[in-house]
Design a protein around this ligand. Sequence first.
Ligand SMILES: Cc1ncc(C[n+]2csc(CCOP(=O)(O)OP(=O)(O)O)c2C)c(N)n1
Ligand code: SF4
Ligand SMILES: [Mg+2]
Length: 320
Amino acid sequence: MSTTIAIPNETLARTGIAATLPAPAPLADTDRKPLTKKETAADHPTWCPGCGDFSVLALYYKLIEKRKIHHENICTVAGIGCSSRFPYFVQAHGAHFIHGRALAFASGVSLSRPDLHVFVFGGDGDAFSIGGNHFTHTARKNVKMTYVVMDNFVYGLTKKQTSPTSPLGFKSKTDIGGSTDRPINPMKQAISAGATFVARCTATNVAHLLKTMEAAMDHDGFSFIECLSECVEFYPGAFDASNPRKGGQFAEVSKDHDVTDEYAAYKLADTAWPGQFGIFYQADRPTKNANEAKLIADHREKVNGLEDWQILQKSFARMK
Ligand SMILES: Cc1ncc(C[n+]2csc(CCOP(=O)(O)OP(=O)(O)O)c2C)c(N)n1
Ligand code: SF4
Ligand SMILES: [Mg+2]
């Protein structure tokens, strides 16, 4: 028989209500030994040597160890693509789902299990092309999760087609003479859709990426990071301009930038290539998780605390 207890988790605290849900395990359990990389790493990554995605994976292991997160407290979800192979390489609960549909799957996990932190990883095609609609709606609904898009400006897995972030003139199998379609700006897209945490990083500046992943995880809402991650096979050198080791410049968002100012964030997103890096926008807005928890609690009050099966039984009885 399952036991239930009243929990003061963050979602419920925000709505100011108490409800009866399965007892959550704390995200960070200080009494237990942190998981080491050896315990978190699964299959050997099948990415090409030098692929930018390796850094993101290594930092995810580091984040899990640093923040003492255990397997049962985290869920790792992805769509399809090179970057989306991510969950295979993590020894944790998660899913390698359908191309472009990772956010829909992750939303279900997040809404039904407020005690977990859901991390979603994927590529630019997965996020902004086939999954573009899900990106917009998950952002506007502010479903609590962290979404890291490993943006390489190309379809890697399917061997070099133009992606929604490929720059004008990019030659690919789908644009042999060079792309003529204006690329999307993921930061503008995220801000205007209503994401409540919007940040930009590179896979080559690992300290900055880890710091940002931590801040994203701590954000109560939909947190989005665009991480420039080089595809050494089909778009080598794409991000050299943002890498000081390759003669580029890594310009961090100024400390004076007001992250709550949506228009200032939009302006930052318009900075000339290679742009700026850091948190562009962060807002405190009720999550879909909190709104749904309140809705459920309000309805429960109306049915005098009946168990789910009793409510179902009553509904069926009415249909007879
Ligand atoms: C429904 C569906 N359409 C198309 C594909 C083929 N497909 C697989 S991955 C991919 C694009 C991958 O690009 P991206 O999301 O940028 O990831 P990357 O490989 O660059 O990391 C496509 C078109 C598919 N697997 N499923
Ligand atoms: S094809 Fe590109 S994105 Fe895919 S693993 Fe190789 S380098 Fe990485
Ligand atoms: Mg890609």
